[in-house]
Design a protein around this ligand. Structure first.
Ligand code: SF4
Ligand code: MG
Length: 327
């Protein structure tokens, strides 16, 4: 599986007054170096929780309960916070939907990017400024001006450029982008994606792109992971997934392809996302699935390889290794 990142059987729960929210129910996800993986699914399917778990940013009342997150040969689940802190923002970085909320409002932009570089290189912030300037130019900003600006002086699009510059300044192996364009104007969205595309190509880092926009996935990603109610339900190359979606949920998602720039949620699939305090038994999709059988209610379908590099969790399909030729 993935040489850069290999997440297996990842379980995360949140302890709330309503009960235990089983947000991730054994997620499987992997990536190779330099690869772009799109993680898709409706709101509440666990896309963001998965990415936060990979960054080890799940906070109380949430908890990683089981599973492995192997990144570059180390199991992040077992690392001390101190060791994790040397990886986060250095070997893997993250950008969010709301760039301004991730910037410190009372510090100049140049200083904030400098801080990130200083941490990774273990040098003084003032010695990072040439690099900060270069990074700002690389993300298409007027370096001199933006260095000395406060976050509120920048537009949403400029702030996201700053975030991308800050995230890539340390040359991480993995950039996680959680809905990086959905808070921006339509015209700016395309520019930001283009910038991400260009820089990731130049720097060779892998990108995990979390989105509910299948149009963006088609343009940007090599591979796609479809999540449903805290489970990985289908994984394939982007080309294969669009050409031959196997899981009934993926079929519904593709019919719901929103026009580029529309940020409302996918509505083509009947029914609603299940309550994860009392999730449906067996296959969590069974109440919405037109093909549900008895076994679907009884047992969770395993995530198995159906054809090379194409994985599905659904009883309609038998794994590659289980298929027997007769005679
Ligand atoms: Fe539908 Fe059963 Fe497949 Fe789940 S396992 S998607 S309920 S057919
Ligand atoms: Mg989210």
């Amino acid at each position: 599986r993935g040489k850069l990142l290999d997440v297996s059987n990842l379980k995360v729960s949140f302890y709330t007054y309503r009960g235990v929210v089983k947000a991730l129910n054994g997620v499987e996800l992997w990536m190779d170096s330099g690869e772009r993986l799109g993680v898709v699914g409706e709101t509440g399917c666990g896309k963001s929780v998965t990415s936060l778990a990979v960054m080890r940013l799940i906070e109380q009342p949430g908890e990683i309960q089981e599973g492995k997150i192997i990144f570059n040969g180390r199991n992040l689940v077992e690392l001390s916070e101190e060791k994790m802190n040397n990886i986060r923002g250095v070997e893997m970085s993250m950008i969010f939907q709301e760039p301004r909320s991730s910037l410190n409002p009372v510090m100049k932009v140049g200083y904030q990017i400098g801080e990130a570089i200083a941490k990774s290189k273990k040098i003084r912030i003032k010695n990072t400024y040439p690099e900060v300037k270069e990074m700002l130019r690389l993300v298409g900003l007027d370096a001199e001006r933006v260095m000395n600006s406060y976050p509120h002086e920048l537009s949403g699009g400029m702030s996201q450029r700053v975030m991308i510059g800050m995230a890539l300044a340390t040359h991480p192996k993995l950039l996680i982008a959680d809905e990086p364009t959905s808070a921006l104007d339509v015209t700016i969205q395309a520019q930001i994606l283009e910038l991400l595309d260009e820089l990731a190509r130049k720097m060779g880092n892998a990108v995990m792109l979390i989105t509910h926009d299948m149009g963006v996935v088609a343009e940007f990603c090599d591979k796609v992971l479809v999540m449903y109610a805290g489970n990985s339900v289908e994984y394939a190359s982007t080309v294969r997934l669009f050409e031959k979606p196997l899981h009934p949920y993926t079929g519904g998602l593709l019919q719901a392809v929103p026009r580029v720039g529309r940020t409302d949620e996918l509505k083509a699939i009947k029914g609603t996302v299940p309550d994860l305090v009392n999730p449906p038994s067996g296959c969590r999709f069974h109440p919405r699935c037109p093909y549900a059988m008895d076994i679907c209610k009884a047992e969770r379908p395993p995530f198995v390889e159906i054809e090379p590099d194409h994985y599905v969790a659904c009883y309609l399909f038998k794994g590659k290794n289980e298929v027997r030729e007769d005679g």
